[in-house]
Design a protein around this ligand. Structure first.
Ligand SMILES: *[C@@H]1O[C@H](CO)[C@@H](O)[C@H](O)[C@H]1NC(C)=O
Ligand SMILES: *[C@@H]1O[C@H](CO)[C@@H](O)[C@H](O)[C@H]1NC(C)=O
Ligand SMILES: *[C@@H]1O[C@H](CO)[C@@H](O)[C@H](O)[C@H]1NC(C)=O
Ligand SMILES: *[C@@H]1O[C@H](CO)[C@@H](O)[C@H](O)[C@H]1NC(C)=O
Ligand SMILES: *[C@@H]1O[C@H](CO)[C@@H](O)[C@H](O)[C@H]1NC(C)=O
Ligand SMILES: *[C@@H]1O[C@H](CO)[C@@H](O)[C@H](O)[C@H]1NC(C)=O
Ligand SMILES: *[C@@H]1O[C@H](CO)[C@@H](O)[C@H](O)[C@H]1NC(C)=O
Ligand SMILES: CC(=O)N[C@H]1CO[C@H](CO)[C@@H](O)[C@@H]1O
Length: 343
């Protein structure tokens, strides 16, 4: 309880530490599930056909639905990928690393907000803030240069984002919008997963394992991408924490034959939208699909589901002996772009 309740009140820096611990897995698939009982009931009631024709038809419909929903999720994720790429180009330009521009068209400001001027546990949407474990006076010129980003934060910020931030190699500066206070005295962006993964795959967009934010009842996914200088060397990483509220709301609203449902599962096995039917007594627990004592799916079965092809069928029994029919679809946003995160 304590961890989940406190979590949202933690400033970004501390939250990132938690993300660092639980992440490393990625959004991976959508499952379309109905029970054998539903199928038999339908067969008996509607057609009373003992042949496999009806079953094949239903499975075909489940595959189509899965494809359709996968497309929707792919588009939503692709939007975030476009956004992070835009931010990368803009910040590269701000620092003079785009030969198209002699001079950055965005003006820097001559003031900035240092993180400890923000009150603790507060998000200040009127400013961005800067942090570094190094002495503030030695990094002022670098900070002032990046204030040019303030021109665009408020314009691109919307309810799909929790925050937008950048980490810089030089002096390990963190620039965040909305402004926050960083509580750890030795915080460094460059050792965070969103930073070092982007740093080591500098042409790729990194997508982290989704994490649950209890107080706002929403899933967040962090996307990040490296910024390169004129010699193609990483000088920083830009990141966004994207809110997956709509995605899970829309997917949870879908029903198949009354009791059938759709589930989005990360490749770490985290279930992002628990069907009511499966809801744990303690709703703060985030179940994984291979929590066998609950779902009846073992880690071995989970691994075979993951490695099977998109559209494949996997029947299983839950702990109460109910038989389910499941169709699995892979989520692979932007096949023409490099993304680290999907299988
Ligand atoms: C379906 O068929 C079975 C045997 O073929 C029969 O016993 C049953 O009554 C039928 N059900 C309906 C709803 O017609
Ligand atoms: C320069 O910016 C433009 C868009 O403003 C972008 O298309 C181009 O790829 C950028 N070039 C570099 C080297 O970042
Ligand atoms: C930047 O400053 C110049 C000179 O003060 C001004 O003309 C221009 O409109 C400013 N640009 C932006 C994007 O604010
Ligand atoms: C970033 O990548 C470079 C080159 O691969 C490496 O030398 C450096 O240690 C990396 N930095 C971090 C913070 O991971
Ligand atoms: C790019 O970054 C590398 C590594 O920090 C540095 O050695 C090089 O001078 C930089 N190049 C430019 C053009 O800024
Ligand atoms: C998310 O849902 C809200 C409320 O239903 C809506 O206003 C918003 O446009 C949706 N966002 C997207 C990206 O669909
Ligand atoms: C299994 O049965 C128990 C006892 O009836 C019930 O409390 C539980 O919710 C059921 N679990 C599932 C996943 O249906
Ligand atoms: C320190 C600083 O830059 N504060 C600014 C925060 O944002 C408000 C509104 O844009 C400005 O008025 C402050 O100067």
């Amino acid at each position: 309880m304590g961890l989940k309740d406190d979590y949202n009140n933690w400033p970004l820096g501390r939250q990132l530490q938690v993300i660092f611990i639980i992440s490393g897995f990625f959004l991976t698939l959508i499952l379309v599930i109905i029970t054998r009982f539903q199928l038999d009931w339908l067969r008996d009631k509607v057609i009373n056909d003992s042949s496999r024709v009806l079953e094949d038809h239903i499975i075909g419909q489940m595959r189509k639905l899965g494809q359709f929903e996968t497309e929707y999720i792919n588009n939503e994720i692709a939007n975030h990928m476009d956004q992070i790429e835009k931010l990368k180009y803009i910040d590269q330009m701000v620092h003079g690393y785009n030969s198209t521009y002699n001079k950055c068209p965005l003006n820097s400001s001559n003031t900035y907000l240092w993180h400890d001027e923000v009150s603790e546990n507060k998000l200040d949407y009127t400013n961005s803030s800067f942090y570094s474990r190094f002495d503030e006076d030695t990094i002022e010129s670098q900070i002032l240069e990046d204030t040019a980003m303030n021109n665009i934060y408020e314009k691109i910020y919307n309810d799909q984002y929790k925050s937008i931030y950048q980490g810089f190699k030089e002096k390990e500066i963190l620039h965040t919008y909305p402004a926050i206070k960083v509580v750890e005295s030795d915080y460094s962006p460059v050792v965070r997963e969103w930073y070092y993964k982007a740093n080591s795959s500098s042409e790729k967009i990194i997508m982290e394992e989704p994490y649950w934010e209890e107080s706002n009842s929403q899933w967040i996914i962090t996307f990040s991408m490296a910024m390169l200088n004129d010699s193609n060397k990483v000088f920083g990483v830009v990141a966004v924490d994207a809110i997956m509220k709509n995605l899970t709301t829309i997917i949870s609203g879908k029903k198949i034959l009354e009791k059938g449902f759709l589930m989005i599962v990360s490749s770490g096995g985290t279930i992002m939208n628990m069907p009511k039917l499966w809801y744990p007594i303690d709703s703060t627990i985030q179940l994984r699909l291979f929590d066998e004592s609950y779902t009846g799916i073992s880690e071995t079965i989970w691994n075979s589901i993951k490695s099977s092809s998109s559209g494949s069928r996997h029947d299983f029994f839950d702990v109460n002996g109910t038989e389910y029919l499941m169709i699995k679809h892979d989520i692979t946003p932007y096949k023409d772009k490099s993304i680290v995160g999907t299988l």
